[in-house]
Design a protein around this ligand. Sequence first.
Ligand code: BDR
Ligand code: CA
Length: 311
Amino acid sequence: NKKLILDCDPGHDDAISIILAASKLSNLNIEAITTVAGNVEVEKNTVNALRVCDIVGLNDIPVAQGASTPLFRKPEIAEEIHGETGLDGPEMPDNPNKKPVDQHAVDLIINRIMASNDDITLVPTGPLTNIGLAMIKEPKIILKIKEIVLMGGGTFGNWTPAAEFNIYVDAEAAKVVFESGAPITMFGLDVTHQAIATRETVERLSEIDNHVSNFVVDLLKFFIKTNEDVFDMDGGPIHDACTALYLMDPEIFGVKHVRVDIETKGEFTYGMTCVDTLGVTNREPNVHFAHQLNHKKFWGLFEDALSSYSD
Ligand code: BDR
Ligand code: CA
């Protein structure tokens, strides 16, 4: 079984990704969850991660809070998509049962990787601040990371015309990670915009009817509405869930090995991921870039994973 550290800012789609990875059907071991400032403030993201752990019964793994601001810039938040709590929609207790550990996320990441047999996969689904900081604080982790499977970037943007939210929030941290040499598989908007949950999806999922699937249904109702309002699209892309489904079944996705560089200076392009799809740079490929998904397999596994939770 793959060993994962989920580094996230839950976040509706982050929450769904955790739920899929934690399902009985999954062949994944979640070793720890770490949180970062992103969709909302890091404290709120931590509370949300703990709430999700309570819901799926992830009682024994550590949840560690991480960076409250990007490396060099002020935080940006995405309340218009995720609501004031970061996880608006479902009814949840104010205070989760589960408590975070005392350790900082960056130290947890470093300690776990250094103590590992080079078999830990990092799964960042928020800004890359914690991962960048961990690489700066202990560069020896870089050679020991099995893989980084992340959601971020793309050949178009959703925060600016050029940049996707996770990369835009901390492009300097993203630059550290993308230039580190660690193996990266990237789920950017090109592929996540093929993973759209619609009202029909919600109807289908409602039929599963266990406490976890019903939670996901409530998440999706809110998330679809805000995505439709903000982006004028039909449904909502469940971006981060692509990472968990890829780890459960890589065959769902089409992936190309390409060069991706992070723009940190541009007037209009800060936070852009420059994806060299045609190989014009002659630079060494550093990213397995997911560009395509099989809908039938994607939604089949999604529904099976939710059905594997029983009440
Ligand atoms: C990313 O930004 C966040 O709002 C989502 O959780 C996802 O990680 C999509 O751009
Ligand atoms: Ca996220």
